[in-house]
Design a protein around this ligand. Sequence first.
Ligand code: GLC
Length: 436
Amino acid sequence: MPREIEKLEKVFSPSNKDIRSISISFHHAMLCGLNGQPSSLKMLPSFLTMPDGNEQGLYMALDFGGTNVRVLLVELHGNGRYTILARRQARLKDSNGLYDFTSPNASANELFDFIAKEVAQLAPSGKELPLGHTFSFPSNQLDVNSALLINWTKEIAVSGVEGNDVTKLLTAALQRAGLVHIRPAAIINDTVGTLLTSSYSHPDSHLGSICGTGHNTAYLERCYRAANNAMIINMESGNFNCLPLTKYDRLIDAASEKPGGQLLEKAVSGRYLGELLRLILLDILTNSRLDCLPSDLQNPYSLSAEDIALILADTTTELDNIAGWLVDHCRNRTTSIDDRLAVKKAAGLLVSRSAYFVAASYLGVIQHIDPNFDCSHHIAIDGSLFEKMPGYAQAISKAITEVHGGKAGRITTSLIKDGSGVGAAIAAAIACKKKL
Ligand code: GLC
């Protein structure tokens, strides 16, 4: 087993030189995307700039990310303050198999009718209310309230949405549900929402990012297409593809809904980390004396990022929780401490590689907006990986410090909880203000 782990360590531990070179390639891909040249980064305009912090009023916010649909009722008070008055959340896929609004068997109308029903549960009756919609997939914005889905990501495959105007689909579903008084006013990506929420109260927020089921980053481009035309850009950075990948990454990609796409996301995000661990364990456990009886590990996607979090959180001397976990997943009752350490090590390598790749992409963006790293830059991050995965946030800061030494102190990160949803309310407020 130690030899297998040594091998893993080699391929899953990017050096500072690797991180630097990924960040340079990332910056290059940004420039190509901005100039309309072929690039893995789509660099999609949001038709929004930063809020001034004084946006006010009551808004509905709908946050559709791929795992859950969340609905919020948000009051913006101005001066960078807001209150979430009510919230609800529903899973898109029932764990008992009763429904699945993520698969190709679901139609666009079925999905949006489900979403409209969720909105109905929180919508105050009678009163006309603007709604901000966070739709977390690559979309071509035509303006602040109109976006065509380019393609699904994160293994979602609902029929009849790709190529269509998402606001039109939502508006029609709200009408079918009798919610004519709920008026879609803005549609944004979750990274844009996170950046808007953070900059509503912290003006030095320059990047908004999601490290959760998916991964992506947005930033404020000061000169979009014309000098002095500032615009928040959704990079769709999960599609970045210039990375040192392993045989496990290639296996995941080959079996995915969209082979060849979202390579950064497939290497770093919560949707795929459990599957990466499963493929590694299948490899190292079956090659070792810890031979697995037929078990969960044979089934694709049977492990999740939560399993990884549980493994990494085990700080008992004998790694008792990991021993129990191996009984559940491998039906193996006789694991040695070395076996358990190997499992923990593999999980740790996956998580630190994820954080290092993500940090490299952030450094690429900062290189673009401030080549000498002279100013302070705040990176606002939302998502379960950043919030809950043991050691994740620290590993991002560590990578930034190792690569940028003294100047790294100017780069800060923080969790913006509910940032993607609250950002939809802020976007709706900006859009309504513009109309006046
Ligand atoms: C996927 C989507 C992207 C979203 C990210 C985080 O990468 O394509 O739009 O921002 O997931 O949810």
